[in-house]
Design a protein around this ligand. Structure first.
Ligand code: GDP
Ligand code: GDP
Length: 453
């Protein structure tokens, strides 16, 4: 069972469980005798090693509660999975598959004094497909002199090999820092329930939110009352569009208009914030027939802060003539430059023009928002980009980008490990290239830089 993913928390004074939140899982994989158990003991800070010196001795796969820098996590030692009749390569590949399905981060341990063996290569091939971040550890690097040997392990295609000596502790603290940074800030989510995707319809007053909602709900006469196995908040509305059911959040608040002169904006902004919190993707309505205003941009800022996927719908397109269209293009360049990635559609809630185009736009934005780039692919791409355009010097020194990993989805969040500060211009350059390569249309992308010193 999956009990090992859950660690029971401390008991309070009255015996109540005070914390039973799931903790992230780190799996240690690798062929026998590379030092996995030694590394686990090092991570746990235990001296008395449970290490077997005899290869082939069967141990049970065990998980241990660990913590580092105040963060709790679970370490799973795959040391006990010994080769069966199918052979060593198969057994280690199976470990890796299991780790990919269950862990939040994977540590592949190889013997740095031996280099990559064919078994290491087989497991690396499996892990290069991993959606879970992988760190490659070159173990048994007991001295600085031995460090030169590990460069050959780049050939495994898993990024920079991390030299450690599990037996002596060399590099172990740095390794733990790297591992913790790869872990999602919230532990692995429960599998999606397959419920409807949640949409927030937002925009300043009078842009046509209720009109659009009525159009969408009315067009296909398809306000769905209930979907088997889902509970829908009574303030939400299920609407079927393009063969999918969508959950429009807080439509009650949208229909209940607060028209008092003072406070209207305030309540509108509270509603917007609550709707964004509840949603996965936002449709920002902008009145295309009028100049873009401060109020539009305030709503846009709230969406950006929320990290939600975004579709911009220019409404009242039936009122837009050539002149206005020309003006609008200029306003878009000026005011929406922060979100070049947002998907855009021109619609009319009154006439129903192009409202069906919202569906592929929403689908695409959510696909980007959910997307995960495997660590191997990400780093292969990064190496090329950096080789072609290295980061600018700072204080006469060249910051080195060692590797990157996608630490989270929804929205996609990347962590770059560097030896120095990367200036904003270069980070934007990397984001642009990342978007070109992997297509995150419709979704914000976050890039965090972690300087290792
Ligand atoms: P596992 O079975 O793959 O998990 O490997 P073990 O942790 O049992 O270690 C295999 C052997 O390698 C043992 O004899 C360890 O003492 C040795 N070993 C582990 N880590 C290191 C290290 O950092 N340096 C050296 N020199 N030996 C190590
Ligand atoms: P909300 O405050 O954002 O919910 O906006 P409403 O849906 O109440 O619309 C405000 C006004 O704009 C109403 O008079 C609507 O009839 C009008 N309106 C909404 N959508 C369109 C449209 O696509 N074209 C035109 N011409 N008018 C629209």
């Amino acid at each position: 069972n999956d009990e090992s993913d859950w660690e029971l928390g401390d008991l309070g004074a009255d015996g109540q469980l005070i914390d039973a939140t799931p903790v992230p899982v780190v799996a240690i994989v690798g062929r026998p005798n590379v030092g996995k158990s030694t590394l686990v003991n090092r991570i746990l800070g235990r001296r008395e090693a449970v290490v077997e010196d005899i290869p082939g001795v069967t141990r049970d796969r065990v998980s241990y509660a660990a913590s580092w820098s105040g963060r709790r996590f679970t370490v799973v030692d795959t040391g006990g999975w010994e080769p069966d009749a199918k052979g060593l390569q198969q057994a280690v590949a199976t470990q890796a598959e299991y780790a990919m399905q269950t862990a939040d981060a994977i540590v592949l341990v190889v013997d740095g004094t031996v280099g990559a063996t064919s078994t290491d290569e087989a497991v690396a091939r499996v892990l290069r497909r991993s959606k879970t971040p992988v760190v490659l550890v070159a173990n048994k690097i007991d001295s600085e002199r031995a460090e030169a040997d590990v460069a050959t392990l780049w050939s495994l295609g898993l990024g920079e090999p991390f030299p450690v000596s599990a037996a002596h502790g060399r590099g172990a603290g740095d390794l733990l820092d790297v591992i913790l940074n790869m872990l999602p800030s919230t532990p692995r989510e429960a599998p999606a329930l397959g419920g409807p995707r949640r949409v927030a319809l937002v925009g300043k007053p009078n842009v046509g939110k209720s009109s659009l909602l009525n159009k969408l709900a009315g067009a296909e006469r398809s306000v769905v009352d209930n979907v088997a196995g889902t509970t829908v908040d009574p303030v939400d509305e299920l609407i079927e569009l393009g063969g999918e059911t969508w959950q429009f959040v807080d439509t009650a608040g949208l229909r209940r208009k607060v028209r008092t002169a003072s406070g209207h904006e305030y309540y509108a902004s509270l509603r917007t914030r609550a709707a964004l919190d509840a949603a996965e993707v936002a449709i920002l309505l902008i009145d295309a027939s009028e100049p873009i205003t401060e109020q539009d941009l305030r709503v846009l800022s709230m969406i950006i802060e929320s990290g939600r996927a975004l579709v911009i719908a220019f409404n009242k397109w039936d009122l837009v003539d050539e002149d206005r269209r020309y003006q609008l293009d200029k306003e878009i360049d000026r005011d929406l430059a922060r979100v070049p990635w947002a998907r855009r559609v021109n619609i009319s809630a009154s006439t129903g023009r192009a409202v069906q185009k919202l569906v592929p736009a929403l689908d695409g934005a959510l696909e980007s928002w959910d997307k995960r780039i495997p660590t191997g692919r990400l780093n292969n791409w990064l190496k090329e980009v950096i080789a072609a355009t290295p980061p600018p010097l700072r204080g006469g020194r060249q910051p080195r980008v060692m590797f990157a990993t996608q630490a989270a989805t929804r929205p996609p969040t990347f962590v770059l490990f560097t030896t120095g500060f990367l200036e904003a211009g270069y980070r934007r350059f990397l984001e642009r290239r990342l978007r070109e390569e992997f297509n995150f249309d419709g979704s914000p992308v976050r890039i965090n830089v972690r300087v290792r010193d």
